[in-house]
Each structure stands twice: as C-alpha cells, then as structure tokens.
Design a protein around this ligand. Structure first.
Ligand code: GDP
Ligand code: IMO
Ligand code: MG
Length: 418
C-alpha cells in the first residue's frame, strides 16, 4: 500500500481537519507529519465543534490508529490539554494514539524565545502564532533539541542544559518573562509517558507492508513552506508533499494520492504578501460569512479572491492528484466571483510568483457570475446550480487536476463527492 497525503494549497486553514475527518473511514491509520500546535484543525459533527492542535484529525473515528510522527514538534502542555478534553468526551486514546520518539519537544523557553524574537522585530514581525515553532525547529536543525524519546533517558539534566542555553539567548533581548509554565510542562511529560512511544518510521513502513491504508494530514499550507513560501513570512517546516517523506520516514515511491485542499477564495493570517487580498467591504464580507478568525489565536484572517497563480505553484510543488474545494458556501450570496489568473508587475504580465516580496503585484482577474443559491443543504451534485458547475469546470480547465470533493459547510455531512 501507499500513503495518501492531504495538504493545504494556500496559507493554511483550508479545512484540512474537516476533510481528514470525512476521509478517515476510508483509512486504517492517520498521521500528522510536520508542524505543531501552530495548527488549529476544526471538526464539526452532531452539533459539536472541536479544534485539534497536535493530534491527528482521525481521532474521533472509532478503531483508527493515529500517529504523531518524527516531523512534528510537540508541546506537552498543549498536548495534555487536548488529551484532557478528548478524554472528557469519553475517547480512549492510549491505545489509538502513538507518538514518535524522534518528535521534538517544545519547551516553555522555546515559546518565550518566539515571543521575544517577534517583539524585537517590531513592524516586520512574522505574525507567528507564538507557539514556539521557530525556536524548536531551530534547535532541531542546530542539533540542540530535546526529543520525546529523551524522556526515558537523563531527561531532567538535558532539559536544564537546554533551558540554560535559552536563558543565555534571552539576555540578548529586552524581554520580560517568567517560567510559570515549567510545572505544566513536566505534568505534560507525565501524560506523554502514558502513550506508546515508538520509532514510528518502522511502524509506518510495517503497516504499509501489512497493506494498511494510511492518510497523512498536513498542517499549515504550501505558501507557508519554509523553502517555497513567502520567506520570511512562513512557518519553519516543509509543508509540501515532500515533507511527508522526511516527516514520517517513507520513500517518495510510497506516496499515493495527493489531496490538495483549497478554499473557494483565499485567506491568510499573520504578515506577508497576499496579492489578491481585499481590503474593502468585500473582504469584510468574506470574513463575516466565512467566520474567518484563527482557530489557534482568534486573530481575524485576511481575506481575498482565489489566486490561480499561487494555486498553480502549489500544484507544481506537491504533485496533487485530486483537488478538494472547501468553504464554497461562503460565496453563496456573491453576485460576481473573481479569480486571479495572472499578475501584472511593473506593467508586465506573469504567471509566476515573484521572488521580490516588495514588488508591486497587481492581480489580473477573471469574473464569473455567482450562483446566488444556498448550498448548505445540498446533498447531491445534481442539485448544484449551473454557475457553480461553471466555476468548477473553469478551475479544472486551468489547473488540469479534477475537483473530487466540494465542501459546502463546516459539518462532516456537508460534503459532496464528485
Ligand atoms: P484547517 O486548519 O485547514 O483544518 O482549517 P481550520 O479549522 O483552521 O479553518 C477552517 C474553518 O472553516 C473551520 O472553522 C471549519 O469548521 C470551517 N469549514 C471547513 N469547511 C467548511 C465549509 O465547506 N464551509 C464553511 N462555511 N466552513 C467550513
Ligand atoms: P493550520 O494547520 C494558518 C502562520 C502564522 C504566521 C506564520 C508563522 O491550522 O492551517 P508560526 O507559528 O508557525 O511561527 O507562524 O504561519 N501559521 C498559520 N496560518 N494556519 C496555520 O495552521 C498556521 N500555522 C502557522 O499565522 O503567519
Ligand atoms: Mg487552522
């Protein structure tokens, strides 16, 4: 068997959590392979809404194995909170959730360093979620990090050594902090001890040999990738499909389907370029109808029209085989829908993202009639209004990849398979 990979094609929050929950019944195993608690993946079912940060979105379906693999950075404090709220719902996790020994741990001082670094940047800050992601991946690549497997070694000594390195670093900043979270950190470590901590690369490859089907759940989105996103306004991991190989220890030839998720429009939270951003009433309308406020930080998301220049770049980087369009219902009341098909930079047309983020990029739009129909109650594609079919056909022609699912509301049931 192969691993199917599901990932965001924009700047995150495309609806990955919902779609993983919808697809989980088709798989035996769900993994999270990169990122950390900067992710906020929302699932809605039975009038219940749940947001996951570290734990794979397959956790609500019975008898599915969920694995946090080596590419993830794990915060024991956030993890403990998530476990508490899932256990309160009666979900037994200790059997169905495994953690890689090689996943790196986010320390309280990583979070403080994140905050200190952002504060020092002033106006040019990244807009980080302040979950300690950057500093933790820096320690990983700098070969200083603490890993989940270390909790079975001389953990306290290793923790103290890294903490004191961080305290030295913090002297470079004019930043006040306290270490109140330390107690919770160690309580979180005790919670992690209750789980099966394994070399998940061996387990994942063994499961593949046993013909188990695996779905890998991406976090963030392609345009936040550390290499290919709008650097430095990015996250610190590889969010592209290749990240699934290094993030879980599978060969590229083990990747099967690549599901690419995009919103029917665009959003971005935090700083950085966003060519099709709407700073007017229409942007406000998308934010209101789409309830575009961050799942992790509650910040208002910036909103704009769908951007095919950016989307084509994401398709190229990921080798997407199936598209999933979400939040389609958010456009239900729009008279006209716009899609950026090229950029104009200094009067020159281009279909490529520019290297220079300061460039004055003006999107060139194609306009289409809106469907002016409430999609949220539709349960079959025959009921799609003709304008929506036209929108989908237009996208498929431009992108050369079929749209396989259309999401028409936040609930698990609000999905049409094409
Ligand atoms: P993720 O990070 O990619 O999992 O996405 P988030 O959960 O951060 O943000 C997506 C938001 O849109 C959540 O509040 C979802 O409940 C919601 N959502 C997902 N799909 C749809 C949809 O098709 N229509 C509407 N209206 N909301 C959706
Ligand atoms: P999900 O998985 C949207 C953004 C932050 C910031 C930048 C760097 O829910 O789609 P970081 O905390 O990683 O240092 O922040 O990346 N960002 C996200 N935006 N969805 C996410 O995750 C994000 N994770 C990080 O807003 O601009
Ligand atoms: Mg999110």
């Amino acid at each position: 068997m192969q691993v199917d990979v599901l990932l965001g094609l924009q700047w995150g929050d495309e609806g990955k959590g919902k779609i993983v929950d919808v697809l989980t019944p088709r798989y035996d195993v769900i993994t999270r392979f990169q990122g950390g608690p900067n992710a906020g993946h929302t699932l809605e079912f039975n009038n219940h809404k749940h947001i996951l940060h570290n734990i794979p979105s397959g956790i609500f379906r019975k008898d599915k194995l969920n694995i946090i693999t080596n590419g993830v950075v794990l915060d024991p404090v956030v993890f403990m909170r998530e476990i508490d709220s899932l256990e309160a719902m009666g979900i037994d996790l200790t059997k169905n959730l495994w953690i890689s020994k090689k996943a790196h741990l986010i320390l309280p001082t990583h979070r403080i360093l994140d905050a200190a670094s952002e504060a020092a940047k002033g106006e040019s800050k990244i807009g980080s979620t302040l979950k300690g992601i950057g500093p933790t991946y820096m320690d990983k690549t700098g070969r200083n990090g603490l890993r989940v497997g270390d909790i079975d070694l001389d953990f306290t000594a290793r923790y103290e050594a890294l903490k004191s390195k961080h305290q030295q670093l913090l002297k470079l900043y004019d930043f006040e902090y306290n270490l109140e979270e330390e107690e919770k950190f160690f309580a979180g470590i005790e919670v992690i001890r209750k789980f099966n901590r394994v070399d998940t690369e061996y387990e994942v490859n063994r499961l593949l040999e046993e013909n188990k089907s695996i779905l890998a759940e991406g976090a963030q989105g392609t345009l936040l990738d550390i290499d290919f996103g709008s650097y430095p306004f990015v996250t610190s991991s590889n969010t592209v499909c290749a990240g699934a190989c290094t993030g879980m220890g599978i060969a590229p030839s083990s990747v099967g389907e690549v599901y690419g998720i995009f919103k029917a429009y665009c959003t971005r939270v935090g700083g950085g370029p966003f060519p099709s951003e709407l700073l007017d009433d229409e942007g406000e309308r998308l934010r209101d109808i789409g309830k575009e406020f961050g799942s992790t930080t509650g910040r208002p998301r910036r909103c704009g029209w769908l951007d095919l220049v950016a989307l084509k770049y994401s398709l190229m980087l990921n080798g997407v085989t199936q598209l999933i369009m979400t939040k389609t219902d958010v456009l239900d009341t729009f008279e006209t829908i716009k899609v950026a098909t090229a950029y104009s930079i200094d009067g020159e047309l281009t279909d490529q993202l520019p290297y220079d983020l300061e460039a004055d990029v003006k999107p060139v739009y194609t306009e289409m009639p809106g469907w002016k129909t409430d999609l949220t109650g539709i349960r079959s594609r025959d009921q799609f209004p003709s304008e929506l079919n036209g929108y989908i056909r237009f996208l498929e022609k431009e992108l050369h990849v079929p749209v396989k699912f259309v999401s028409i509301g936040p609930d698990r049931e609000q999905i049409i398979e094409m």
